[in-house]
Design a protein around this ligand. Structure first.
Ligand SMILES: C[S@@+](CC[C@H](N)C(=O)[O-])C[C@H]1O[C@@H](n2cnc3c(N)ncnc32)[C@H](O)[C@@H]1O
Length: 115
């Protein structure tokens, strides 16, 4: 359990279930052809990964909160899409070359410490 887990343990979705408006605008502007392989760093509870998956992309969502990623999988199931999730500390995460693009929304990165 870390501070992010505690935040996400509250009922509901801390940042909602709708995607970041900035992400939506950028994706529309890029006019990407799906399916792409997209890495989402610091994904949280899934709102952005699920949005990208609904567009037909393969999304690998990583975050340091296990609680957040479980909720991300719940959100994906509720929207009838699949996302790949991975619990990881970004400070140790090595980005593989398999992705077409990477997104990082509202995440400056912080030290993940057990409470
Ligand atoms: C403000 S939230 C934003 C979540 C999501 N990007 C969104 O827009 O809804 C920041 C997220 O970054 C994650 N995070 C922060 N530092 C991290 C680190 N060092 N490693 C992994 N995840 C981290 C937190 O767990 C949290 O889910």
């Amino acid at each position: 359990m870390n501070l992010w887990d505690e935040r996400y343990s509250q009922s509901g979705y801390a940042y909602g279930t709708e995607p970041s408006q900035f992400l939506v605008e950028q994706i529309n502007w890029l006019n990407l052809k799906s399916p792409l392989s997209i890495l989402s760093l610091g994904e949280g509870e899934g709102r952005n990964a699920v949005y990208l998956a609904t567009l037909g992309h393969h999304v690998h969502a990583v975050d340091g909160s296990a609680v957040a990623l479980l909720k991300a999988q719940d959100l994906a199931a509720s929207r009838d899409v699949r996302i790949e999730t991975q619990l990881t500390d970004l400070s140790n995460f090595v980005i593989e070359k398999r992705y077409n693009i990477a997104v990082m929304i509202f995440c400056s990165g912080s030290v993940i410490q057990d409470t």
